[in-house]
Design a protein around this ligand. Structure first.
Ligand code: PMP
Length: 463
C-alpha cells in the first residue's frame, strides 16, 4: 500500500528528529505511534495494547491513566499556570514540595536530611546544576581549584554538555567534542563484566576503591571536587553495585574531602524497593538529584537537593557576588510542583514502596529462572529494575557483535508479544510502572521467555 504522505506516520518521518535513534533506520522504519495509555499499558495507533515494561523511560511509576495527576495539573493550571521563582518570588506548591523533598531525602550523615531544594525540568539540568554547585561551593570555601568531577564508565547522567560529560557512555561523547575537560571516569562496578578471573566480589570492591584513590592522588586531591553516581546504574545496563561498594568508595571520598552526588533520577521514589537508592545502598550524599518518578513523568520536573554545609557555602558566595546567578525559567513551575505533590501523596497513600517490595520478587525470580537459557549470561536487578544480559557463549561470556543487534531483535520479538522493553548494548532492560501487579509481570515474563526462544531460533537459522 502506498504511503499516505499526510498520515502521522509519514509526517513523523518527514519532520521529526528522534533523539537516541538511528536516524537512517527511522527513514525506512518510521515511528511506533502510541495513541493513549491505560494502567501499565500503552495503546498504539492500530489499537494494539502493549505493557510498557520500561515505564516510559524509567519514569511513569503510576502508569498511564492516573486521573488524580491530570486533575492536579488542571487545577493548578486554572489557578496559577505559571510563576517564576527568581528574585524572591514563590508559590504554595513549590514551597510544599521543597519542604517535603528536603525532609524525606537522606543527607550527608546518618539521620540527617537535605537542607534545600532547587528545581529544574529534567535530570540533565539537575545534574548540570549539581556540577555548578560543586564549583560554587569550592569557591566559597576558598578551594576553587577543587573542580574536577569523577564519574563512572557506563554511568548515565544526562545529555546536556555537562551532564553528557558526566555520562560514561562513549556514544554520548563521540563527535560531540565531549567530555569536557575535568571530568574523569573510573571503572563500572559490574562484577560479571569487570571482575578478574579468580577475584572475589570483596576483592573487586577493594580494587575499585583503590583505583579511585589512586586517581585522586595522581590528579591531586586539591583538584577533585566531587564524585557522582547512580545508586544503581540504569541506562548503562541496570548495574547493581556489589555489597560494600559505596561504603568503601565513600571512605575514600571523605578522606580527600570529595563531595558525593547521588543521581537518584531513576532510583528515587521506590524503584529499588526503598524510597531512595541511597537508603538501599548506604549512600550519604552531599547533594542528591531527582526527576522522573518525582511526578510520575506527568509533568517535567527535577530537583537538586543540597546539604546544610553546601547551602551555607552558597550563602557566603551569594553575599560575595551579590546574587546567586543560576536558574531556569521553568524551574519551580507551579504545575510541576502540584503534580509532584499529588504523586508523593499517592505514593504514601498506596504505600508504593511496600508494593514494590511485594511484587518485585515475582519479576526478579521469574527472570532469574531464565538464566538457564542458552542466550542468557546474567540476570541482575533490584526492586522493579532489572536487566537480562545476552551472551553468545556462556562459558567465555562473549557478547554478540553489536552489528548483529541481538538485543534489538529480542526486544522486537517481545514487542510482537505485547510488551515494550528496551534492548541496549548486550542487555534487555526492565523498569515497569511501580503499580504493576503480578499477573502483568507474568505477561512480561512469558513474552521474554518466548522471545528468547524465537531469538535463539533466528540466530541458529542465521548461522
Ligand atoms: N540521570 C539518570 C540516572 C538518568 O537515567 C537520566 C535519564 N535517563 C538523566 C539523569 C537525565 O535525565 P533527563 O533525560 O530528564 O535529562
Amino acid at each position: 500500500m502506498p504511503l499516505d504522505l499526510n498520515s502521522p506516520f509519514a509526517r513523523d518521518i518527514a519532520h521529526h528528529i528522534h533523539p537516541q535513534t538511528n536516524l537512517r533506520l527511522h527513514e525506512s522504519e518510521g515511528p511506533l505511534l502510541i495513541d493513549r495509555g491505560e494502567g501499565v499499558y500503552v495503546i498504539d495507533a492500530d489499537g494494539k495494547r502493549l505493557i510498557e515494561g520500561m515505564g516510559g523511560m524509567w519514569c511513569t511509576s503510576l502508569g498511564f491513566s492516573e486521573t488524580r495527576l491530570a486533575d492536579a495539573a488542571a487545577r493548578q493550571m486554572r489557578h496559577l499556570p505559571y510563576m517564576q521563582v527568581f528574585a524572591h518570588r514563590s508559590t504554595g506548591p513549590v514551597i510544599d514540595l521543597a519542604s517535603q523533598l528536603t525532609t524525606m531525602a537522606p543527607g550527608p550523615s546518618a539521620g540527617e536530611c537535605m537542607d534545600k531544594a532547587l528545581f529544574a525540568c529534567s535530570g540533565s539540568e539537575a545534574n548540570d546544576t549539581a556540577m555548578k554547585l560543586v564549583w560554587y561551593y569550592h569557591h566559597a570555601i576558598g578551594k576553587p581549584e577543587k573542580r574536577k568531577i569523577i564519574s563512572r564508565r557506563r554511568g548515565y547522567h544526562g545529555t546536556t554538555i555537562a551532564s553528557a560529560s558526566l555520562t560514561g557512555l562513549p556514544n554520548m561523547h563521540q563527535d560531540f567534542n565531549l567530555p569536557l575537560t575535568g571530568v574523569l571516569h573510573v571503572t563500572c562496578p559490574h562484577f560479571y563484566r569487570e571482575g578478574k578471573p579468580g577475584e572475589t566480589e570483596a576483592e573487586f570492591v577493594e580494587r575499585l576503591a583503590q583505583e579511585l584513590e589512586s586517581l585522586i592522588l595522581a590528579e591531586g586531591p586539591e583538584t577533585i571536587g566531587a564524585f557522582i553516581a547512580e545508586p544503581v546504574m540504569g541506562t548503562g545496563g541496570v548495574v547493581v553495585p556489589p555489597e560494600g561498594y559505596f561504603a568503601r568508595i565513600q571512605q575514600v571520598l571523605r578522606r580527600h574531602e570529595v563531595l558525593m552526588i547521588a543521581d537518584e533520577v531513576i532510583c528515587g521514589f521506590g524503584r529499588t524497593g526503598e524510597m531512595w537508592g541511597c537508603e538501599r545502598f548506604g549512600i550519604q550524599p552531599d547533594m542528591l538529584t531527582c526527576a522522573k518518578q518525582l511526578s510520575s513523568a506527568y509533568f517535567p520536573i527535577s530537583a537538586t537537593l543540597v546539604s546544610r554545609a553546601i547551602y551555607e557555602a552558597m550563602l557566603v558566595e551569594s553575599d560575595k557576588l551579590g546574587n546567586f546567578s543560576h536558574g531556569f525559567t521553568y524551574g519551580g513551575h507551579p504545575v510541576g510542583a502540584a503534580v509532584a505533590l499529588e504523586t508523593l501523596a499517592i505514593y504514601r497513600e498506596r504505600d508504593i514502596v511496600g508494593h514494590v517490595r511485594q511484587v518485585s520478587p515475582r519479576l526478579l525470580d521469574g527472570l532469574r529462572a531464565l538464566e538457564s537459557h542458552p542466550l542468557v549470561g546474567e540476570v541482575r536487578g533490584v526492586g522493579l529494575m532489572a536487566a537480562v544480559e545476552l551472551v553468545q557463549d556462556k562459558g567465555t561470556r562473549a557478547s554478540f557483535p553489536s552489528a548483529r543487534k541481538v538485543p534489538g531483535y529480542l526486544a522486537a520479538a517481545v514487542q510482537r508479544r505485547g510488551v515494550l522493553l528496551r534492548g541496549r548494548d548486550d542487555a534487555l532492560l526492565f523498569s515497569p510502572p511501580l503499580i504493576i501487579n503480578e499477573a502483568e509481570i507474568d505477561i512480561i515474563l512469558n513474552a521474554v521467555a518466548e522471545g528468547l526462544d524465537e531469538t535463539l531460533a533466528w540466530l541458529r537459522q542465521d548461522g
